[in-house]
Design a protein around this ligand. Structure first.
Ligand code: GLN
Length: 478
């Protein structure tokens, strides 16, 4: 698009072609022009970001070493804590709530010289695939504003896709970064579970949640991952490895085997793949072959259980995590009568939207005495099988390639009254979440004018391998 990406932005500022302030002003102008229509941001911190840009310019003049993201404007999904900013999680219950501290990942961005521009719209607490479950506004797809930008990190995806900022953070629990990246035609990366610390991310499904970046190229994602990744003592599930380093490599993928899971391309298996998406993916696989790779068919036999498994586990964890929103500790309080219980139920009744209530009910049910074994425990067993399927598949190939979503961006309103249809749009993204493996979505073409996303998956902790395959494809495509 019109604005340069992460690396180019930093390079121009460091070389003195522009200043952090001038560059930020351009971003702010673009936001002012596009945001009323596209609804990416709910708050834009114009003043504090400009003050920070001036500070960064002065720092550079004084001879200080510029950080890896010096002067790069970033946007944050509203479930990330950033001191002084509104972390409302797309929920009425947290209207106006400001975090008292800053998430570790955000702190890392700021330490590297990034500028926090504002907070973006999202489905309430991350529950959704279209942005329509936000209590505030639904972000619109820049390719066609009558269509969804995907969810739940809709606003962050739109901010990057429309050129408002070169980099944004979202969170991916079951596809919420990969899916909007695919539908908006940009790149989004869900790293291995635990690669980016979760400290300061409002929890949805703690065993699935991954803070994940959006950018307009894989190279830019790699740049962000160098800064975001690395162990953190404040997150007990964080991987004990140093930050990811980019591997300089030529574009070729000689000798690589690309696994193509039969079930993901088989419309009969429930993925309901659109013809246009299939054609774009087949062309992408041919491009991998031109890079020296060989495509091999693999099977993920338990894939058909992934949606049911994910929605049981994600709802169970969400119902437990959301118990903290009781009108006592965070956000808005509604009083009714004089008892504590009445206050709590009034707060939750008025603060939560319909999808949140549905998930809390479902999650409480699958965890309840008597049903726990039949639902939650069984789902955990299937989850282990799905992870095993991936392990076996990776014995035959370096990475797997699938579509990111079964269809391109659907029209707003098309699925909002049918929760099950909405859940099914996650069929290709939830498996990687359940297995905790790295998954990248990149643009692989158009069908009827709308972007098609391709997903590249790798074994647990092989984040660099996945990014490298994505970068090779992107170069070939350029
Ligand atoms: N669409 C999925 C859900 O609603 C994924 C959400 C996410 O990754 N935050 O649960």
């Amino acid at each position: 698009m019109t604005l340069p990406g992460v690396e180019a932005t930093r390079a121009r500022i460091v070389a003195g072609t522009t200043s952090a302030e001038a560059n930020l002003r351009e971003c702010l102008e673009r936001i002012a022009a596009l945001n009323p229509k596209l609804q990416a941001f709910h708050t834009v911190a114009a003043q504090s970001s400009l003050a920070r840009a001036t500070e960064l310019d002065a720092l550079l003049k004084s001879g200080a070493q510029p950080g890896a993201l010096h002067g790069v404007p970033v946007a944050l999904k509203s479930n990330l804590c950033a001191s002084g900013h509104e972390t409302n999680c797309g929920s009425r219950l947290l209207a106006g709530w400001q975090a008292p501290y800053t998430a570790r990942a955000v702190e890392r961005l700021l330490d590297a010289g990034a500028i926090l521009v504002g907070m973006t719209h999202m489905d309430e607490f991350g529950f959704g695939s279209s942005g329509e479950n936000s209590a505030y506004a639904t972000a619109r797809n820049p390719h066609d504003p009558e269509r969804t930008a995907g969810g739940s990190s809709s606003g962050s995806a739109v901010a990057v896709a429309s050129g408002m900022v070169p980099l944004a953070l979202g969170s991916d629990t079951g596809g919420s970064v990969r899916q909007p990246a695919a539908l908006c035609g940009i790149a989004g990366f869900k790293p291995s579970y635990g690669r980016i610390p979760r400290h300061g991310l409002v929890a949805f499904g703690s065993s699935l949640d991954c803070i994940s970046p959006f950018a307009r190229s894989v190279t830019d994602l790699e740049c962000a991952m160098e800064v975001l990744s690395g162990h953190d003592a404040l997150d007990a599930t964080s991987i004990e490895e140093p930050p990811l380093l980019r591997i300089a490599s030529e574009g070729a993928l000689d000798g690589w085997r690309i696994g193509v899971p039969r079930e993901c391309f088989d419309a009969g298996a429930g993925s309901g793949l659109d013809e246009g998406v299939r054609t774009a993916l087949e062309a992408a696989l041919r491009r991998f072959e031109q890079l020296g790779a060989q495509c091999v068919e693999v099977s993920l036999p338990h894939l058909r259980h992934a949606i049911a498994t994910y929605y049981i586990i994600a709802c169970a964890e969400a119902s437990s995590n959301l118990a903290r929103f009781d009108g006592v500790r965070y956000g808005v309080r509604h009083t009714a009568g004089s008892s504590l219980a009445a206050m709590m139920s009034a707060t939750r009744e008025r603060g939560f939207g319909a999808e949140v209530k549905r998930r809390v009910l479902l999650g409480t049910f699958v965890l309840s005495a008597g049903y726990h074994e039949a639902w939650y425990q069984r789902a955990q067993r299937v989850r282990a099988r799905i992870a095993q399927d991936f392990e076996q598949a990776f014995e035959q190939c370096e990475v797997l390639v699938t579509p990111t979503t079964p269809s391109t961006a659907f029209r707003l309103g098309e699925k909002s009254s049918d929760p099950l249809a909405m859940y099914l749009s996650d069929v290709l993204t939830v498996p990687a979440s359940l297995a905790g493996i790295p998954a990248l979505s990149i643009d692989c073409g158009r069908t009827q004018g709308l972007p098609v996303g391709m997903q590249i998956l790798g074994p647990a902790r092989a984040d660099t391998r996945v990014l490298r395959a994505g970068r090779a494809f992107e170069r070939k495509n350029a």
